[in-house]
Design a protein around this ligand. Sequence first.
Ligand code: AMP
Length: 503
Amino acid sequence: MNIAQLLLRTATVYPDRPAILHGERVLCDYRTFARRASSIAAGLRAKGYAPGDRAAVFMGNCPEYLEVLYGIWWAGLVAVPVNAKLHPRELAYVLENAEACCLFVSADLAPATLPVVATTPTVNQVFMPGAGEYEQLLESAPMPPEHRAADDLAWLFYTSGTTGHPKGVMETHRNLLGMTSCYFSDVDPVDPDDAIVYAAPMSHGAGLYNFPHVLKAARHVVPASGGFDPAELCGLAERLGRLSLFAAPTMVKRLVEHIAASGADPRGFKTIVYGGGPMYVEDIRKGLDLMGKRFVQIYGQGECPMTITALSREQLGDRDHPRWAERIASVGVAQTLVEVKVAAEDGKALPAGATGEILVRGDVVMAGYWRNPEATAKTLRDGWLWTGDMGSLDADGFLTLKDRSKDVIISGGSNIYPREVEEVLLKHPAVREASVVGRADPEWGEIVVAFVVADDLTSAELDALCLDHIARFKRPKEYHFVDSLPKNNYGKVLKTELRQRLN
Ligand code: AMP
């Protein structure tokens, strides 16, 4: 089934419900949203683009984002949403690799993008919301959604590619429908009065959460700023009510700090789903203290979008549970459409408590990497997705993530998980952020180095704190006090960049 059917269904049953908002302003209802998507589809088909062709989207968060995505799917094409912060050269790589036939670009990004497109032979046409060609698409007579098989490709998602070129993760209609169903069973039920705000990039996880909200005829809010601004979000929550969002842990931390400092009322927030990177225990404790049971954690990756495990609102809020402290440090339990195991290098399941690589199997696991059989064969083995993340399962099925296998530090033959050291450093009230990496060392193989954002602190104080909490060999040998940590567009700390600074 074509994922665009979700929009058609909602527009048929609830045509008058508000669909797209820019800030607090309602721009269109579901009838208009579906009509515009359908016309975009018909326009694309009239221009000769065929089902299966790839249409790239290079736009920051904007009110047209969803109609463009649905227009592409409605026509049976494959959407290739590209991170709007990429350099034009990186965009060129994605366009060529995907063999994109056309590109949707926002006006602000067009000047830097058009010269790239001119040298990318596969791209026949550029559509810019608000400009001639795009507006012409919207004049096309609507068409019914093209039939798609469940295993046809819907979303080609390019990984962030911190090492080497990004790879195109093939997400099918089945994957996206499975992810939508897991949202309802494992993350949060959705009500038509709900609103989802896109504070993180729509080209990534935040955009994926449109599906459960389209299916339930909820409101889609694109902030006027186009991104993450804690004061703006609090204003939207207060005035629109029942506001949910997906946020990286660094965004949650800033939102909580803002609410603590400003005294803003958190009751307009319904659910804050966080994931995509480690949430430190100190930070989620503060969030729960201040905002109550409003949080859900998910763990996923492009290769299994948003759907490996979830830690529910109830589990996060169940302070009386004897293992609550361990549970809030975990990423929760397997979502309903996947099996999760922690395995040794030979793929055999390890017993509870043992650390190994996290493997996932199920209907939401990607079909493979686009035109990259070697990478696919390395990652999908014996029917399992090898995530590259290390972790352990407890006897109750809760998964605790350690680190990505490439981030593990091996010092004097012992494995050190940076996350464990970071959790300790963050216990110090003056530490705002911390990231721990390994540096090559002739004697130890690697040594532990900490980058710390803090007010007025010495290495000796942090060393004493570590001695109080973790084994001596895990203590950082060096501290670098910095003003901020390098992060990508999704708020993830760029450990590769930190390691490069040490060379
Ligand atoms: P991406 O494919 O860019 O979404 O990155 C996925 C990676 O982010 C995963 O493989 C994990 O290493 C990390 N990640 C995702 N969710 C979490 C989480 N809840 N806690 C810690 N790390 C996470």
